[in-house]
Design a protein around this ligand. Structure first.
Ligand code: ADP
Ligand code: ZN
Length: 432
């Protein structure tokens, strides 16, 4: 289903012409902010000389550190009287950063989110329960405004308070939810503990799941248990928040709205564009933002552009599932390991529950990796041989995926810390 068919299916040449025109405007607008005035001068860029996409790569990059150095107002390019909202990133990788919105920015954002939601088959007859944090986190108000724009009955629950979430889902007949993958796994455990079978007892049909990386295995686990279709949702506060890229019903990657953003994928070391279809770091330029335009932002999330046209008819390119951030990569005994690889291995095993955590330490000068994994109670009441067999097979699965052999510790359900927002999956004690 389309929210804005003309824009969503715009022929590529038209889309690129629109990007060129908007890039000219955004370069001029950005130069009004103290940060870009300075950065353009340093880079010898005259914003008025930007003719279009062909000049994109002459523009300098922007990094999270720039946002921190010029915190809070250094990137604001509008008159403060026209700025109506502030959000802040969740600070997963350090000090948080602030983002500003004009009325038009809020309006465009709601429109993009409505597009994303419509793309999954949600419509105005749905009951939408937003189960991510409100407040400064963009997942709350961002999805909220988009859901209302689409016309869904919107329940602003926020994250946490799981029993109350479940009660609301039953009372109001919730059909669509928005939730982080880690909280969704936790929710499933709570349903099971309460003897609720979502397939039998709820009307849930769509789960919009994002804000942190998760694997196909996690998607399958959630879909099987919830009896709902799970769609991957991608965004970041620097680019508004959720609604940047989303899966359509084909579930073959996430369409990224190229009338609002320019997408580049670069090699994290050389910062040169990667060959088509190769993995690299996302770099994005906002095309319509008034209050805080951002040019060539190094997002650090790793993905690739998927080849070919999507059968759904949308012309906006698709990015693959994000495997993590370039700064998430762990180096364990000299081997590069992403937490998402370990998740992949764990979620492919039906015995594994929702909770898991990686613990890195240094033992006699060498890296040591332990993976704590929750498994069903029954394993602890049964034969010790079974427990050992499971431990070995988890160890083997992780080794297959990452080439490192971890120590695997099996723990009872609900013993590892739970998060209702973004989960902390890695505890690195090697620096301490
Ligand atoms: P922070 O950067 O502090 O976590 P944000 O709330 O802006 O703050 O989070 C944006 C980041 O969350 C993205 O850059 C990405 O790393 C991660 N993220 C968001 N959605 C997804 C998704 N669907 N898959 C993987 N990672 C995601
Ligand atoms: Zn599609």
């Amino acid at each position: 289903m389309f929210w804005d068919k003309v824009k969503e299916t715009m022929p590529r040449e038209e889309l690129e012409a629109l990007q060129s025109a908007r890039l000219r405007e955004v370069a001029l607008r950005a130069a009004r902010s103290p940060f870009y005035k300075n950065r353009f001068a340093e880079a010898g860029v005259e914003p008025g000389d930007v003719r279009g996409l062909e000049d994109l790569r002459r523009l300098p990059f922007t990094t999270k550190q720039d946002l921190r150095d010029w915190f809070p107002y250094g990137l604001v390019a509008a008159d403060m009287k026209d700025v109506v909202r502030l959000h802040a990133s969740s600070g997963t990788t350090g000090k948080s950063t602030a983002v500003f919105y004009s009325r038009a920015d809020i309006d465009n954002w709601a429109d993009m989110v409505a597009r994303c939601m419509a793309m999954t088959g949600a419509d105005s007859s749905d009951v939408f329960q937003n189960m991510t944090g409100y407040g400064m986190f963009t997942g709350g108000l961002g999805m909220h405004f988009g859901a209302e724009r689409l016309g869904m009955l919107t329940i602003p629950m926020g994250a946490g308070n799981t029993k109350w979430q479940m009660a609301n889902m039953k009372m109001y007949g919730t059909t669509v939810i928005h939730i982080t993958p880690s909280y969704a796994l936790h929710l499933c455990e709570e349903f099971a503990a309460e003897g609720i079978d979502p397939k039998r007892d709820l009307k849930l049909r769509i789960a919009l799941v994002g804000a942190e990386p998760y694997s196909e295995g996690t998607r399958r686990k959630l879909e099987d248990f919830l009896g709902a279709s799970v769609f991957n949702s991608y965004g970041l506060s620097e680019m508004n928040g959720p609604g940047v890229a989303f899966e359509c019903v084909e579930k073959n990657g996430m369409h990224l709205w190229e009338d609002h953003y320019i997408l580049e994928i670069v090699d994290p070391k050389t910062l040169e564009p990667v060959a088509e279809g190769e993995r690299g770091e996302i770099v994005m330029t906002t095309l319509t933002r008034e209050a805080m335009p951002i040019i060539r932002y190094r997002v650090r999330d790793l993905t690739s552009v998927l080849p070919g046209a999507c059968p759904c008819g949308r012309t906006h390119r698709r990015i693959d599932r994000i495997t993590g951030r370039s700064d998430d990569m762990l180096i364990i005994k000299g081997v590069n390991v992403f937490p998402s690889q370990i998740e992949d291995a764990l979620m492919s095993m039906s015995e594994v529950g929702g909770g898991w955590q990686i613990e890195l330490t240094r033992v006699e000068g060498a890296d040591h990796i332990a993976v704590n994994v929750e498994v069903a109670d029954s394993f602890f009441r049964g034969d010790i041989k079974e427990l050992n067999r499971l431990r070995k097979s988890i160890q083997g699965a992780i080794k297959n995926e990452t080439l490192v052999t971890p120590e695997v510790k099996l723990v009872e359900p609900n013993t590892l810390p739970r998060s209702v927002g973004k989960a902390v999956r890695v505890i690195d004690k090697r620096q301490i």
